[in-house]
Write a protein that binds this ligand. Sequence first.
Ligand SMILES: *Cc1c(COP(=O)(O)O)cnc(C)c1O
Length: 472
Amino acid sequence: MSPLHQSPSDKPGERPLAVNPFYGEANPTAGMADAPPKHRLPDRPLAPMTAYQLVHDELMLDGNSRLNLATFVTTWMEPQAGVLMGECRDKNMIDKDEYPRTAELERRCVAMLADLWNAPDPTSAVGCSTTGSSEACMLAGMALKRRWMRRNADRYPSREARPNLVMGVNVQVCWEKFCTFWEVEARQVPMEGDRFHLDPAAAAELCDENTIGVVGILGSTFDGSYEPIAELCAALDELQERTGLDVPVHVDGASGAMVAPFLDPDLAWDFRLPRVASINTSGHKYGLVYPGVGWALWRNADALPEELVFRVNYLGGDMPTFALNFSRPGAQVVAQYYSFLRLGREGYRAVQQATRDVARGLAERIEALGDFHLITRGDELPVFAFTTADDVKAFDVFDVSRRLRERGWLVPAYTFPAHREDLAVLRVVCRNGFSSDLAELLVEDLGRLLPELRRQPHPFTRDREAATGFHH
Ligand SMILES: *Cc1c(COP(=O)(O)O)cnc(C)c1O
């Protein structure tokens, strides 16, 4: 009879178990002596529970993402989406060969978006997932630049021919990045009076033989308004008739490309307009997925120069990829497919309509308080901007933002760009998960603050830059 449990030391020469260094729990009293440095890799390991608690406790001060009315990015998903994302957190999007099903789900998402955005032939539209709209815009901008270079091979590169991209001054910062990184001149249409986004005729006027394209934004981050994409295309059609210049349009639909198809189906802003060459959206905004996933689509293969596309191994063959990153998580793409499957067109319509209803209702109630003037009403993107009424002298939008923060609400205040620097606004971004009940609480808190704000001798904000963390 041998004993049930025999000590390894009983067998001479047997190797002990291999212990993963992660398994070593420290002696509980030893932890009390630990004081890991903050900006240098600690010399010794910590017990996992200690390390977890240290990180967790520090993050408690990050604030509650659901009360963050500054962000466009999804802050709530169903638990099932969270489970799927957990299941896929080890999958690398680039390993098409190892994870062919993840690659297939990405392709289905692209096909669904091509159909949603009315590509004339969804099977010939091309597209890819990205880490967000910023990467998608870089890719779209590169395609525009490359196409222009091909058309101007006799003139570029040379000193005279410097490519430019036309856009409204209200563009998201990613377009300034694109122009800086890829050495393209940013030609910006200024704001004018009560026009807070691009004007089609003014945009066409800025175009010349070095214009690689015009960016139209479906939904401006400054005030949630849709730029007039169809009118922009018409102005460029007219330019072509007059001058022969054929300038393509890219639609930055970071937010709106996942709102307009459901709530404004008659608005032509997408591939229905022949001049629209490419479109991007942020899956992690109104695509309803946690950060970070974005999408870039081109009308057809002609719109995306072949030499920009690289190939990776896929089931023994090769698969085209277009991306700035190599490795990238697959979980968000899977979550996007889940949301598409889960909601369908009707579901997305219902979710976005509910969000728009909250935005419009909240805008009206804020207007009814009497101290504010609405710049937009939440009827395009579910986003609105408002400022203090003309007769309000005691406080400004920065005071309101700061006081709301005391109650836990993050409502950014910021100044508009060139030509309207005199205008400072507050902006509220409504998202799925910000219910009418929460909106009610916000109005109540704002109403409670107003008597104190009205009693101020003057606005307290001295340093407008430091007053708020708005980086749209
Ligand atoms: C948010 C946004 C971007 C940048 O998108 P990310 O997904 O955050 O990288 C670009 N353009 C517009 C209009 C946006 O609203």
